[in-house]
Design a protein around this ligand. Structure first.
Ligand code: 5AD
Ligand code: SF4
Length: 478
């Protein structure tokens, strides 16, 4: 296949056209943060190819849908969207115009050709490992071909996708994602990721540092390192030794201007001592850890192929909290995995009570075709799943509220990210990822300010600024 993007694209001049002649692309992203990052990278490639981003389907010549396959509901959303697009395309054709539709992401990878069979409106199906071929695929589709690109090629897409221009980075705000690892070799029995994203691959240190430096130079103050198994990241370090994520974070913390580092998502088995020590030592590494456990029952953990027990997880949490006492934990939970009894579910609730989470995401088990869980006996009734989910979510909500209440009266650093709903207010993030609303000027976006948490709201906290000496709340501002 011919490549339209050269290797050394990074510093090539952008080819974006302006004005009415530019082709217009609307990108719709479903799913996880990695899809958000991938959409940005594809958007950057399309901008270089002459496209202008627009924010509605109606204004677009090309609609790119980046899809998620993790649960059935997420995957089905794509088809209802494609139904609407088919109508729009027909209308355009009647008016003598056209509309191109490309489906990217994990549904594209999992279903390939089947998407075009079910939804002939689609011109291009492109899996997560072939995004660098998107401009070429669109070119072929324009010539009348239905393009399906879903192999796992040997070349690295990141080497071939153009880096964002500084202006594009600035437009995305002061907090940015950076993919460092992709794919998974763990094969939890409920999960499609090893099939849709492929085997675990770590990006090399040099590339990660280069991208992080670019982000910092463009004004980014916080990066979130992304990977399906981010703490399994490994690579050859600058010192010739093999590094894990802990060493990588230590090196990233030296980059001027990068004041906050986060990472997600971690597997308990890859939480090694070097990473825990990084939490102990580095003020830049935020005291927040998303550490999914999925279930608190050893029987279910085994059936899920998680390869650790509930006790292992609790001991690990204790160790992490010893190193960084103010760390907040979040998790993922699945209720109604095949064979889950009420006693298993009670074990999960007990683990949640033991750990005390600041936040958590919870889901009803969803059968994913091709995974071992799909063929297991003891599929749980939908009504039972719903009841368990409601009970689990009530417990987690109470813990989240308690965590918020525990912040009242504390002085914390806030990274101011965007305007609030009311003029004169900005929204920032606490070190524990909570959105916090405070009175501040628009020019302060990107500043890290000291605030005192005063009150909790439904989804955010309210704070007042703290004077330069750190202990003088200017109460007239609130
Ligand atoms: N059913 C329900 N939840 C799932 N997850 C992954 N696969 C499934 C599935 N088949 C959840 C897990 C994972 C999160 C990203 O999605 O909790 O950590
Ligand atoms: Fe899926 Fe398990 Fe891999 Fe996470 S660790 S991506 S849940 S297979």
């Amino acid at each position: 296949m011919t490549q339209t993007i050269p290797h050394d694209i990074e510093d090539a001049a952008p080819a974006a056209q302006s004005g009415a002649s530019a082709k217009k692309v609307f990108v719709k992203t479903y799913g996880c943060q990695m899809n958000v990052y991938d959409s940005e990278r594809m958007g950057d490639a399309l901008t270089r190819d002459g496209y202008q981003p627009v924010d509605s389907v109606e204004a677009a010549d090309l609609v790119l849908i980046n899809t998620c396959h993790i649960r059935e509901k997420a995957a089905e959303k794509v088809y209802s969207q494609l139904g609407r697009l088919a109508k729009l395309k027909q209308q355009r054709n009647e008016e003598g115009g056209d509309l191109m539709v490309a489906v990217a992401g994990c549904v594209a990878q999992a279903e390939g050709q089947e998407i075009i069979r079910r939804a002939p409106v689609v011109d291009v199906v492109i899996g997560p490992q072939t995004y660098h071929r998107l401009p070429d695929a669109l070119e072929r589709a324009r010539a009348g071909e239905s393009v399906v690109e879903t192999e796992f090629p040997a070349e690295d897409k990141f080497d071939r996708l153009p880096a964002a221009a500084a202006a594009a980075i600035r437009g995305r705000g002061v907090s940015a994602f950076l993919t460092v690892q992709e794919g998974c070799d763990k094969f939890c029995t409920f999960c499609v990721v090893p099939y849709t994203r492929g085997a675990e691959v770590s990006r090399p240190v040099g590339k990660i540092l280069q991208e992080a430096e670019r982000l910092a130079q463009a004004g980014v103050r916080e990066i979130t390192l992304l990977g399906q198994n981010v703490n399994a990241w490994h690579g050859e370090g600058g010192d010739g030794r093999e590094w894990g994520l802990g060493e990588l974070v230590r090196r990233l913390a030296k980059i001027e201007g990068l004041d906050r580092i986060r990472y997600t998502t971690s597997h308990p088995r890859d939480m090694d001592d070097a990473l825990i020590e990084a939490h102990r030592d580095l003020p830049q590494l935020m005291p927040y850890l998303h550490l999914p456990v999925q279930s608190g029952s050893d029987r279910i953990l085994k059936a899920m192929n998680r390869r650790h027990t509930a006790e292992d997880y609790i001991r690990l949490v204790e160790k992490i909290r010893k190193a960084r006492p103010d760390i907040a934990l979040s998790g993922d939970f699945i209720v109604g995995f095949p064979g889950e009894t009420d006693a298993d579910f009670q074990d999960t609730l007990r683990l949640i009570r033991d750990v005390e989470y600041a936040a958590a995401f919870s889901f009803k088990y969803s059968i994913r075709p091709g995974t071992p869980g799909a063929g297991m006996d003891g599929q749980v009734d939908e009504a039972v799943k719903s009841a368990r989910l409601a009970e689990l979510q009530a417990l987690i909500s109470e813990q989240t509220r308690a965590f918020g209440r525990g912040c009242i009266g504390r002085t914390v650093d806030l990274l101011l990210e965007k305007s609030g709903r009311n003029t004169g207010q900005l929204v920032g993030r606490s070190p524990w990822l909570q959105p916090v609303i405070v009175d501040a000027k628009a020019g302060q976006i990107g500043d890290i300010v000291s605030v005192r948490i005063m009150q909790t709201g439904t989804n955010s906290l309210f704070a007042e600024p703290v004077g330069a000496n750190g202990d003088q709340p200017r109460s007239e501002i609130v």
